[in-house]
Design a protein around this ligand. Structure first.
Ligand SMILES: [Zn+2]
Length: 219
């Protein structure tokens, strides 16, 4: 459903990322850990698809970035962009139904690999409903970011973000694993005065056993 606003919380689902959680839990282990790292509640995330390592969505999300042949990268980028477009556009799953867009600006999560091109920008730019509002407002900050390690200063807003103070921002990424990167990005935008209304991702990775991601606490 909708990122950020009017999100019905289904029973048995994490209230932030919608993975299955155990009876009595409202939040999965990953979200709980990332929220603790950031010191605040998380921004709701909406995925076009849940996927597992090695499945078709996983192959698509790897090959659009890493395939050695440009035509292959382009083919998978188009498929990934269609997933994102479905989430963002015609069906109104992120766009609200009463005219006003749910966000004022779209910001992608920068790559944490040095010198890496931000591949998700190319996906967003293929989706008219998102591309028109995309603005590059984040850069890598000094804080540590890693699997399950979120940091309020893992990213920081660039000076140009000042003009968006008080405006609603949709954070977009290709893959969501634990949420450490995307939620840190949202936290940095909030610190700069923007209002994160949601995180939209193409794919949300579900672990092979699902143990830590489904809220079943490991021993
Ligand atoms: Zn969660």
């Amino acid at each position: 459903m909708v990122a950020g606003v009017d999100v019905p919380v289904a029973r048995g689902r994490c209230r932030f990322c919608a993975v299955t959680v155990g009876t009595g839990d409202s939040c999965c282990f990953c979200c709980r850990t990332v929220a603790a790292g950031l010191g605040r509640p998380l921004v709701p995330v909406t995925a076009a698809a849940f996927f597992r390592a090695g499945d078709g969505v996983h192959r698509m999300l790897r090959r659009y970035k890493d395939a050695p042949v440009a035509d292959v990268r382009s083919y998978y980028a188009e498929r990934a962009a269609r997933r994102l477009a479905t989430l963002a556009g015609a069906e109104g799953r992120i766009r609200p139904r009463q005219g006003r867009p749910a966000w004022d600006v779209v910001v992608t999560v920068p790559s944490t690999r040095p010198h890496a091109r931000c591949a998700v920008d190319a996906l967003v730019d293929r989706v008219p409903a998102l591309a028109a509002e995309r603005s590059s407002l984040l850069e890598r900050g000094p804080g540590r970011l890693d699997h399950l390690v979120a940091s309020p200063d893992g990213f920081r807003a660039v000076a140009a973000a000042g003009r968006w103070r008080g405006e609603r921002v949709l954070v977009v990424d290709d893959v969501y694993t634990t949420g450490a990167r995307a939620q840190s990005a949202a936290a940095a935008l909030r610190a700069a005065g923007l209002v994160p209304v949601g995180i939209a991702v193409v794919g949300h990775l579900i672990g092979p056993t699902g143990a830590h991601r489904t809220g079943v606490r490991a021993a």
